[in-house]
Design a protein around this ligand. Structure first.
Ligand SMILES: *[C@@H]1O[C@H](CO)[C@@H](O)[C@H](O)[C@H]1NC(C)=O
Ligand SMILES: *[C@@H]1O[C@H](CO)[C@@H](O)[C@H](O)[C@H]1NC(C)=O
Ligand SMILES: *[C@@H]1O[C@H](CO)[C@@H](O)[C@H](O)[C@H]1NC(C)=O
Ligand SMILES: *[C@@H]1O[C@H](CO)[C@@H](O)[C@H](O)[C@H]1NC(C)=O
Ligand SMILES: *[C@@H]1O[C@H](CO)[C@@H](O)[C@H](O)[C@H]1NC(C)=O
Ligand SMILES: *[C@@H]1O[C@H](CO)[C@@H](O)[C@H](O)[C@H]1NC(C)=O
Ligand SMILES: *[C@@H]1O[C@H](CO)[C@@H](O)[C@H](O)[C@H]1NC(C)=O
Ligand SMILES: *[C@@H]1O[C@H](CO)[C@@H](O)[C@H](O)[C@H]1NC(C)=O
Ligand SMILES: *[C@@H]1O[C@H](CO)[C@@H](O)[C@H](O)[C@H]1NC(C)=O
Ligand SMILES: *[C@@H]1O[C@H](CO)[C@@H](O)[C@H](O)[C@H]1NC(C)=O
Length: 839
């Protein structure tokens, strides 16, 4: 009896472990048995998902501890018990059936003659059914994937068989049934992969040759487009790396890599993660810039929001843009093209897109120009041949990428927009002239008054300013807002910034995992790092557990290295409690990073524009923040031994520490003035619309007074909780500055105050702040106070303030035109603008 038991046990054991490599016609796999691949990379057998008692036939990784199923045969028809059997039936097909010969799934291929077949699980994870006499593969699981693509597995269309191989998500973690998300080739004239939710596009790769997909150095994607197939597959150089690409049931396309040391799957890349990546996030005829934290959408040149009100309220952006009502005909009427630099090429769902066999940019352009329904074109140079791609009709899903592998797309504009956007033909200056004209036509009737006022004011000011500079080192103790003593710590000049090792930062940020991402600045993402305790390579430069923020410059930002050096040099020299502190930096190959002290409360815009968080900032806190920002700027303008113009002051660049103390950050575009220099000019206007003074935005002139203007806008935003972002072209009075000015004139300025500080504020203090804000945004540079005056006005009640003059919101009328000055993808409402004109 015992002998028999042992025998049964032994044979069972032997049968289970000495797994069959090949399934032939007289064999079967029952529930509880598995078939292994030769090198034991994969197993096939029956399994139940977590929290489920249903049984499925599936393929999983053998060497991965956490059961990870990569293929399911009967995803929608599970067994409710362990009666499942996989075998090969008489006509040579693989069949999955129960004890009652009831078939739940089968391969449905016809085998020539009566040839015998055999099934084999390969080490690539592919289950193949082979005709034994000629070794012909009759069927393979790689052609019918579920939610997972393995290395070297093709996704796309097999032109010979007509089979379109695609991925479909599971219903849920416990249910492998057919889910909502599909990653599939859309075979239009410009073939591209789409991630669909049902039938609604959710993300796409961009048109062939699918350059937009993230590709890292050891990870490769092979594209094939020939008579046999149009497909892609991926693989790592090192085939020992265990990896999988999955469409998960939350709608993400995710690439995982198995970390054997930690026994877990790690994210390698995923899409779509950022708002801009979502298909049609900004609607038709728009462009999405992920670097813009505040509002990522803007209309293409020549287009305007379909619903301006919703657009500027940052709602319903998916409504998109339409041709400007004032637009001219674009058919044989002097039209042309404006370049969108390095973008994800659009998709045209209505009229489509088409590759033309035309060589070269100029011929491609002329062909598009000749066809009036051609709305845009790109001339791709993929190394071998030049491809000309035309779009007809609606342009969807353009996203700023900055990546050199991405194409420049040329959008058709009418003659007027072309003139505005053409620099060489004088259009640029023509445009500036028009702007000047707008300003002049408004200012001209007032000229005598303005002139007189100036002469008078300047005389008065000179004496005042002289006195003030003489008193500059006066002790502020006792004045309101606690300007206690001298807090300018300009002493140690070059603290010797530590240089960190790239590998440490990679480890600390979990390979720049999106989960650790704080936000996105002008020139690349900012990462948050939770702890540095385990990384010995910091060599004690940081106390264990200190939080740091890593600002990683995007490799392809173009202007990165210059700004980087600028920022390192500058911040190393700056030490003030209202400026963000740099801890170190890292330069290794293409990687450039700055390591800052970590600000747990993010940035000011995160609070004041949020209906819930804004209530945590009462008036006195807000007033303290205003004073803190003013002190930081004062230090930059007057008190550090350099005179520094920040040039991009805005609420998202004001970071908040754990006590909500403001710290100015992002010195990427700052400029140093030497000696007595008070003003400079640049052809390269960088900054953010809404915060840019007119003389800077229009003429490139910048000085401390352009920073004062930005400060004024920030101050008014803090008081009102509203953004000065709107570019209501026809209604300048609807910009924040315009609104405040109107209310101020009607003596109702307090109406603008943020309702969430209604209880807490002291009316005369708020009124005074609004008045100071209005003084800072005055149109004429010379009317604006300097930072020392601002601080004095803020901190003392004693002096009566001058009456503010007309603010510079008028330039907003023209701002939309101005935006089109940018030739690149800079036509963004609220992004740090760069490269308006080459130096
Ligand atoms: C199964 O069939 C193969 C040939 O197809 C044969 O060699 C083998 O002996 C058979 N095994 C059993 C257990 O019948
Ligand atoms: C399984 O179910 C339990 C209880 O319903 C739940 O707590 C657990 O999170 C589930 N596990 C998974 C992986 O869904
Ligand atoms: C299991 O499924 C079979 C059909 O496949 C059905 O006849 C049977 O009632 C089911 N049993 C349970 C307990 O659901
Ligand atoms: C199972 O079904 C096949 C045809 O589908 C038949 O040839 C075979 O005899 C059946 N076997 C049993 C045990 O009923
Ligand atoms: C099997 O294939 C034939 C033609 O090859 C087709 O008519 C039939 O519908 C298929 N059956 C299934 C279940 O796919
Ligand atoms: C990938 O598949 C091709 C055939 O499709 C094969 O020749 C090649 O060896 C495979 N490469 C790897 C790394 O598995
Ligand atoms: C391609 O995608 C578009 C947008 O979802 C859809 O309208 C069209 O039917 C798709 N075409 C194909 C061939 O799948
Ligand atoms: C990928 O493509 C390159 C050249 O196009 C080829 O040499 C290589 O074998 C391909 N790799 C795979 C796995 O198909
Ligand atoms: C099987 O796994 C080993 C180690 O993980 C790897 O080196 C090998 O390339 C794999 N085989 C295939 C065909 O992928
Ligand atoms: C313009 O292109 C569209 C789409 O290819 C085509 O249908 C139309 O005939 C073309 N028109 C002219 C005038 O070439």
């Amino acid at each position: 009896m015992l002998k028999i038991l042992i025998l049964v046990f032994l044979s069972f054991f032997l049968f289970c472990s000495s797994a069959i490599e090949t399934l032939t016609q007289n064999q079967s796999i029952k529930d509880g048995q598995t078939l292994l691949s030769k090198e034991k990379n994969f197993s096939i057998g029956f399994f139940s998902p977590t929290n489920s008692s249903y049984r499925y036939l599936g393929i999983w990784f053998t060497k991965v501890i956490e059961q990870t199923v990569v293929w399911v045969a009967n995803r929608n028809d599970p067994f409710n018990d362990s009666s499942g059997v996989l075998s090969i039936n008489q006509d040579g097909n693989l069949v999955l059936h129960d004890n009652f010969n009831h078939s739940l799934w089968s391969t449905n291929v016809s085998v020539q003659g009566q040839a015998s077949t055999a099934a084999q699980l390969l080490d690539s994870g592919n289950l193949v059914l082979v005709q034994e006499n000629n070794k012909k593969v009759l069927w393979q699981s790689f052609d019918y994937p579920t939610d997972t693509s393995l290395p070297n597995m093709s996704l796309g269309l097999n032109r010979r068989t007509g089979l379109n191989i695609f991925l479909t998500s599971w219903k849920s973690r416990d249910d492998p049934g057919t889910g909502d998300y599909i990653y599939k080739l859309n075979l239009t004239e410009a073939p591209q992969f789409f991630l669909y939710k049902g039938s609604i596009p959710y993300w796409r790769t961009g048109p062939w040759p699918w350059r937009s997909t993230a590709i890292k150095s050891n990870f490769k994607i092979n594209y094939t487009n020939n008579g046999d197939e149009i497909s892609h597959k991926y693989f790592f150089d090192d085939s020992a790396i265990i990896t999988r690409l999955v469409v998960d049931n939350s709608g993400l396309l995710r690439q995982f890599v198995w970390n054997g040391g930690e026994n877990r799957w790690k994210d390698f890349w995923s899409a779509p993660i950022y708002r801009c990546e979502k298909y049609g996030h900004c609607g038709a005829y728009s462009i999405c810039n992920p670097d813009d934290i505040d509002f990522e959408c803007s209309c293409l040149p020549g287009y305007e929001p379909k619903s301006p009100r919703q657009w500027y309220l940052r709602e319903g952006s998916e409504l998109g843009c339409v041709r400007k009502k004032s637009g001219l005909s674009m058919c044989g009427n002097g039209e042309g093209f404006v370049k969108m630099e390095r973008v994800k090429a659009p998709f045209s769902p209505d009229a489509g897109q088409m590759y033309l066999s035309i060589m070269g940019y100029e011929a491609c352009k002329q062909a598009c120009l000749r066809n009036c329904s051609c709305t845009a074109f790109t001339s791709l140079n993929d190394g071998k041949e030049t491809n000309c791609l035309h779009w007809y009709g609606e342009l969807m899903d353009i996203e700023v990428h900055y990546d050199e592998k991405d194409p420049n797309v040329y959008v058709r504009v009418d003659a007027a927009d072309l003139a505005k956007n053409t620099r060489k033909s004088g259009g640029f200056f023509g445009n500036k002239g028009r702007l000047a004209l707008v300003v002049m036509s408004i200012a001209l009737p007032l000229l005598p008054v303005i002139l007189l006022a100036h002469i008078w004011l300047r005389k008065k000011k000179k004496t005042r300013v002289k006195r003030k500079f003489h008193n500059q080192s006066l002790n502020f103790t006792g004045t309101k807002g606690s300007l206690e003593g001298n807090e300018l710590e300009d002493g140690n000049t070059n603290p010797g910034q530590p240089i960190f090792d790239l590998s440490c930062i990679v480890a600390a940020t979990n390979n720049f995992s999106p989960a650790n991402k704080l936000g996105q600045g002008g020139f690349g993402p900012v990462f948050k790092v939770y702890t540095v305790t385990t990384h010995d390579c910091y060599l004690g430069q940081l106390p264990n557990g200190q939080h740091i923020a890593v600002k990683r410059l995007s490799k392809s930002s173009g202007q990165g290295i210059e700004e980087f050096k600028n920022e390192v040099k500058l911040i190393a020299k700056l030490q003030h409690r209202n400026l963000v502190k740099m801890i170190g930096c890292c330069i290794q190959g293409e990687e450039k990073m700055l390591i800052y002290e970590y600000m747990p409360n993010k940035s000011l815009n995160f609070f004041i524009f949020d209906p819930i968080r804004s209530s945590s900032l009462n008036w006195s806190k807000r007033f303290e923040i205003i004073i803190g920002i003013a002190r930081g700027i004062l230090y930059l303008h007057h008190d550090s031994r350099l005179r520094i113009i920040h040039r991009d002051l805005k609420t998202s660049n004001i970071l908040l520490d754990d006590e909500m103390n403001p710290k100015i950050s992002d010195f990427g575009v700052a400029r140093i003035f030497k000696g007595d220099q008070i003003q400079d000019r640049t052809n390269r206007v960088v900054g953010t619309y809404g915060y840019m003074s007119p003389e800077y935005a229009v003429f490139g002139k910048f000085s401390t007074k352009s920073d004062i203007f930005s400060f004024g806008v920030i101050l008014l935003e803090i008081v009102s909780g509203k953004k000065n972002s709107g570019s209501y072209m026809e209604h300048p009075s609807l910009t924040l500055i315009g609104q405040v000015w109107e209310l101020w004139k009607e003596d109702r300025a307090l109406d603008i105050v943020d309702s969430s500080i209604n209880e807490s504020y002291i009316p005369h203090e708020v009124l005074r702040s609004i008045q100071i804000g209005l003084l800072c945004v005055q149109e004429d540079v010379r009317d604006r106070p300097d930072m020392l005056e601002v601080l004095l006005m803020l901190c003392t009640d004693a002096t009566t303030l001058p009456s503010p003059k007309q603010p510079a919101f008028i330039f907003r009328i023209a701002s939309n035109d101005l935006r089109s000055v940018a030739e690149g993808p800079c036509s963004i409402n609220e992004v740090t603008l760069t490269n308006v004109e080459p130096r």
